[in-house]
Design a protein around this ligand. Structure first.
Ligand SMILES: *Cc1c(COP(=O)(O)O)cnc(C)c1O
Length: 368
């Protein structure tokens, strides 16, 4: 029996490539002839060490991570990084610069100062200046040369904003610390432009539970011995990611996703497809004669999280419900924003976006 495909537009935990889930299924009880599931084997075993090693190597290949950057798979999600970066990199500094551009950077801003003597300086405020419908250009960020680092979120998952051109600071400026959770591996970036990149896995990489942290080596000199080892990046690096039990199963799935990305043509090919998906969807919104709206200035629109609404909360709710019956899942917008949100990460095929657009047109014919 043929069943219509189901497309999952969840913002996270989010869609994964079907082939990855099938591989995980086939290896569930017996990984590679070991007789064990990855879920039940020791993180100290040679088999898991190999899984971790290859996951890191494949990520390095995909992102072009230079040799002077360390890669960690930690736990605690992206939210833990809001504080961990301060704990590790702001010791001896009096100021951290924080760029607020939407929901996640606002939360980061509210948390970073806790347990720290640093002033968390609001270097730009996209809420005040643009009501989160545009992004403060990097030239407008108020940055102190003596800051420990500059924190920003490159893709705002809730407000549907993304820096189209990747912000860059001069060599004499503090390092950039970037929350890349909802766009990592979706387009080519130059890792060397950043001091630190971190990302929770559950948006564009794998299941929740693993957090990728990519750190320029020299910054590890800032990590004080007074930081408890479990929060100390240097301890994790020294123990090759095995200071304590890592999130073994999420790392295994992430490794499968990295191999899938390589088989698809890597980040370059993802970028091409993601650009086409986003362009197609925004064009459908913009050509609906005002029935569907997206409030974001075109240059700042996210290619990963596309928000839209009819301007009528009841109609939006009807859209969310009816779309579900057509196999278009989890389109309801973020709780405080309302409306709809289509998250179209790497694993969402163009056909999923086309199915959504077909439904949008039909819905408009009925209710427009
Ligand atoms: C989802 C998300 C977070 C929060 O991630 P957790 O893993 O739940 O802590 C932080 N930043 C961004 C940009 C996100 O999309």
């Amino acid at each position: 029996m043929m069943t219509a495909p189901i497309y999952n537009f969840s913002a996270g935990p989010a869609v994964l490539p079907e082939s990855v889930l099938r591989t995980a299924q086939s290896e569930m009880f017996d990984y590679n002839g070991t007789g064990f599931s990855v879920m039940t084997m020791s993180h100290r075993s040679d088999v898991f060490a190999s899984i971790l090693y290859h996951a890191e190597q494949d990520l390095r290949q995909l992102m072009g991570i230079p040799d002077n950057y360390k890669v960690l798979f930690l736990q605690g999600g992206a939210s833990a990084q809001f504080n961990q970066v301060v704990m590790n990199f702001a010791g001896g500094f009096r100021r951290v610069d924080s760029v607020v551009t939407g929901n996640w950077s606002k939360i980061a801003h509210s948390q970073m100062g806790k347990l720290s003597d640093c002033t968390i300086h609001l270097a730009a405020d996209g809420g005040r200046d643009y009501a989160y419908t545009d992004l403060p250009p990097v030239e407008s960020w108020d940055i102190g040369r003596d800051s420990a680092f500059v924190h920003f979120v490159i893709n705002e998952t809730v407000h549907g904003l993304q820096y189209g051109e990747v912000p860059k600071l001069g060599a004499d400026m503090p390092p950039l610390v970037c929350d890349m959770s909802s766009e990592i591996l979706s387009r080519r970036i130059n890792v060397a432009d950043f001091g630190v990149i971190y990302a929770g896995a559950q948006k564009n990489i794998g299941p929740s539970g693993a957090t990728i942290v990519i750190i320029r080596e020299d910054l590890l000199d800032r990590c004080s011995d007074r930081i408890p080892d479990v929060w100390n990046y240097r301890s994790h690096v020294q123990k090759q990611g095995m200071y304590n039990t890592p999130a073994t199963y999420p790392i295994y799935i992430a490794g499968l996703v990295f191999r899938w990305l390589q088989s698809q043509g890597g980040v370059r090919q993802m970028e091409t497809v993601n650009t086409l998906k986003a362009k197609t969807l925004y064009e459908a919104i913009d050509s609906s004669g005002g029935f569907y709206r997206n409030p974001v200035r075109p240059d700042a629109r996210s290619k990963m999280n596309v928000i839209f609404s009819t301007g009528n909360a009841d109609l939006d709710e009807r859209f969310a419900q009816e779309s579900t019956t057509r196999g278009l899942q989890l389109l309801r917008g973020y709780k405080s924003l309302g409306g709809m949100r289509a998250s179209i990460y790497n694993a969402m095929p163009l056909q999923g976006v086309e199915a959504l657009i077909d439904f949008m047109a039909e819905f408009q014919r009925r209710y427009g």
